[in-house]
Design a protein around this ligand. Structure first.
Ligand code: AP5
Length: 190
């Protein structure tokens, strides 16, 4: 497959989709072409059609086998897409039974990313953003638990790099500094 494959991850509420959409608009205006794909939407389309969930926040509570099956369908569809691609997804998903790899071997090897981006910020800022986001059913957890998830995501990203040879880029999306995060992501995409 030709084109640059950029996987972008971050714990729920860190603002990864906000950063992606602005960076995408910026590079599109410059004439750089990408397809902006949301892995969760590919999963949700199937999960909803099968009557498994009513909203996307219920997917991470499904049993492991169901989540893995949905991941596999999403990965197959995404891997078949040619050209420059952004994949908005998760390095790991926090399920009631522990962390589930967002990009297990059969997913990451199918996509073969050039780079995996981790969008991060202070745990307290993530907590604040989750509390003020009324459009979603965010997990309510303390900053220690959010810190653990961010640490786990770095470990998962290192494993993905070992499997594929991709680089791992960390971008901080701090309060009042969204523009900085957008500029950094746009530079990674160019
Ligand atoms: P997904 O849709 O990716 O859910 P999510 O993690 O909740 O992602 P969002 O895009 O909603 O959150 P975000 O952190 O990007 O925040 P946002 O930009 O909205 O995935 C849905 C589900 O799909 C997952 O739960 C999982 O079940 C499944 N899934 C996906 N990939 C999977 C995989 N690989 N394997 C298994 N399952 C998978 O921003 C949040 C808030 O912050 C907003 O209010 C925004 O305005 C604010 N904000 C953003 N930036 C800033 C800033 N700099 N300063 C202040 N506020 C800011």
């Amino acid at each position: 497959m030709s084109g640059k494959k950029v996987i972008i991850t971050g714990v729920p509420g860190v603002g990864k989709t906000t950063v992606i959409n602005s960076a995408f608009d910026k590079i599109t205006a410059e004439g750089v072409k990408y397809q902006n794909l949301n892995f969760g939407s590919f999963m949700f389309e199937v999960a909803q059609a099968e009557g498994l969930v009513a909203d996307r926040d219920q997917m991470r509570k499904l049993d492991r086998i169901a989540q893995k099956r949905l991941q596999k369908t999403a990965a197959e569809k995404i891997a078949a897409i040619d050209g420059n691609v952004i994949v908005d997804t998760h390095a790991s998903v926090k399920t009631p039974n522990g962390y589930l790899a967002g990009l297990p071997e059969w997913v990451v090897s199918a996509i073969m990313p050039d780079v995996i981006v981790l969008v991060e910020t202070d745990n307290d800022q993530i907590l604040g953003r989750r509390l003020s986001d009324e459009t979603r059913v965010r997990d309510l957890e303390g900053s220690k638990s959010i810190a653990e998830h961010q640490e786990m995501n770095r470990a998962f990203a290192a494993a993905y790099s070992m499997l594929t040879g991709c680089t791992v880029k960390i971008i901080t999306n701090a309060d009042f500094l969204l523009d900085k995060a957008v500029d950094e992501l746009a530079a990674t995409l160019r």
